[in-house]
Design a protein around this ligand. Structure first.
Ligand SMILES: *Cc1c(COP(=O)(O)O)cnc(C)c1O
Length: 465
């Protein structure tokens, strides 16, 4: 399988190459040239498969020329064995026709583990074969950093450096990064804010000359294709569990960068009978506004109770746009170029196509809290604030529908205890057993000044593998 850039000017790559690439050289994002198709009979045959068995069927066609199937099976088995639930992604029923897909049983209690556990292993496998070593660099304000570190902790060919703003991430989130043991894991607390951290990562990718020549720099943010690929699997898994292909399903997805929900879109294109995909956003509603009035307008960033969805632009939306504009790379390049300087308005044809499948809803903090409380009062089920946004949007947009709706529960409520308290609940969500001693574990991180050369000097001095 080949991968092409959404802006049409970069070379097509194979899976191995795309795995090691972030942005395409033309500034676009990589997408598969074509998608594998699953018939109704294929879907029917998925009933009863374990998560790793199903993952192998879905992922195989995307990586076939780069990784032999037996090796892929070993990688996938190893990866999902890290999850603390037999079903890996269990479904919980909330109402007659309403379900929650729990994606928080991985090592860091957020859905990002599904992709980053796999990404680390795939990278290490390819690097081992190519006798290469790389440096991963990323900035985090929350979930991505810990999931990336957990995903890379056993990798023999990767040093991972994660920058976070010193004193500005929650205790749970910081400890999930800084207590992971491994010589190749490097946490840097920058005396600045998240934007400063991100700017340093960006500058380092733009000029990689600070690294030794034999070290490639790799990105693990959600523009990496392998992350999207891994996320397609659970849409199939959940839909088959509630009756696909005999029954259609809808999904409600708490959305920030449009990565997770884009995987749902691909699942539908690959043959899964999806009726509706709901884009559920918090007050940072850039995507909801696009759906409402076709205008892409950079919003003012707002801090909400669902911080992992606090964004002002949605980088993966470009991948959908590419399809909405008949895969015309030149048109996408022009649109995104215009967006550098101001708003863009999408064509009515593009929006009509998008609205056939997608609906959207923006949910504010007060509504989120009310929903967390209502669901707990009626079902004794505790939602985290991100997942609650999904359930709230599903209830608004799917009321009375005969099609089952599945909300993706993207984080464990114990990760966001403040939101539970804000909802007026006295219950204290406990960390699962495997993290219950998190606050006793030893932390390791270096504090650096808010200065690019200081951070880069620290990196050079600490490369281990
Ligand atoms: C990252 C994240 C999201 C948003 O995912 P996108 O792929 O950016 O849409 C939602 N919820 C949680 C808990 C997250 O960590």
């Amino acid at each position: 399988m080949k991968y092409v850039s959404t802006r049409g000017q970069a070379p097509a790559l194979n899976f191995e190459e795309v795995l090691l690439t972030g942005l395409a050289v033309d500034g676009g994002l990589y997408v598969p040239e074509s998608l594998p198709q699953f018939s109704s009979a294929d879907l029917a045959a998925m009933a009863g498969l374990s998560y790793p068995e199903l993952a192998l069927r879905i992922i195989s066609p995307f990586v076939a020329e780069s990784i032999p199937e037996a090796d892929l099976a070993t990688i996938i088995d190893d990866c999902y064995a890290e999850f603390r639930h037999e079903a890996v992604a269990p479904l919980v029923q909330l109402g007659a026709n309403e379900w929650v897909l729990e994606l928080f049983h991985g090592p860091t209690l957020a859905f990002k583990d599904f992709a980053l556990q796999l990404l680390g292993r795939l990278l290490d496998y390819i690097l081992e074969r190519q006798h290469r070593k790389v440096v991963i660099m990323g900035a985090t304000s929350g979930d991505t950093g810990s999931a990336a570190i957990e995903g890379c902790k056993r990798c023999k060919n990767i040093d991972i450096f994660i920058l976070h703003p010193h004193g500005r991430v929650s205790d749970v989130q910081r400890r999930q990064m800084t207590t992971v043991v491994g010589d190749n894991i490097h946490n840097i607390a920058v005396e600045g804010n998240f934007d400063d951290c991100q700017a340093m990562v960006k500058a380092s990718f733009n000029d990689r000359s600070f690294l030794p020549e034999d070290r490639h720099l790799v990105a693990v943010n959600s523009i990496n294709w392998a992350r999207i690929m891994a996320q397609i699997v659970y849409y199939f898994y959940a839909a088959v569990a509630v009756g696909s292909p005999h029954r259609k399903v809808s999904f409600s997805v708490p959305t920030g960068n449009f990565g997770d929900i884009f995987a749902g879109y691909l699942a539908q294109k690959m043959g899964l009978p999806v009726e509706k995909l709901i884009i559920a956003t918090n007050a940072n509603d850039v995507l909801h506004r696009i759906m409402q009035n076709a205008v892409y307008h950079r919003g003012q960033l707002q801090h909400t109770l669902s911080p992992s969805m606090d964004i002002s632009v949605s980088s993966n939306f470009e991948r959908l746009l590419f399809d909405l504009y008949q895969r015309d790379g030149a048109a996408i390049a022009e649109l995104m170029d215009t967006f550098q300087h101001g708003d863009i308005t999408f064509s009515s044809e593009a929006m009509a196509t998008a609205r056939e499948l997608f609906s959207s809803q923006s949910v504010d903090d007060a509504t989120t809290c009310a929903l967390v409380k209502h669901v707990y009062d009626t079902s004794e089920y505790l939602l985290d604030p991100h997942s609650a946004i999904g359930v709230s949007a599903a209830r608004d947009l799917c009321a009375g529908s005969a099609t089952p709706v599945i909300t993706l529960a993207t984080a464990h409520p114990a990760k966001f205890p403040a939101a539970v308290a804000e909802a007026g609940l006295s219950v204290k969500p406990a960390l699962p057993q495997h993290l219950s001693d998190l606050f006793e574990r030893e932390e390791r991180f270096a504090v650096t000044p808010n200065d690019l050369s200081a951070v880069q000097a620290h990196m050079i001095a600490h490369i281990k593998v």
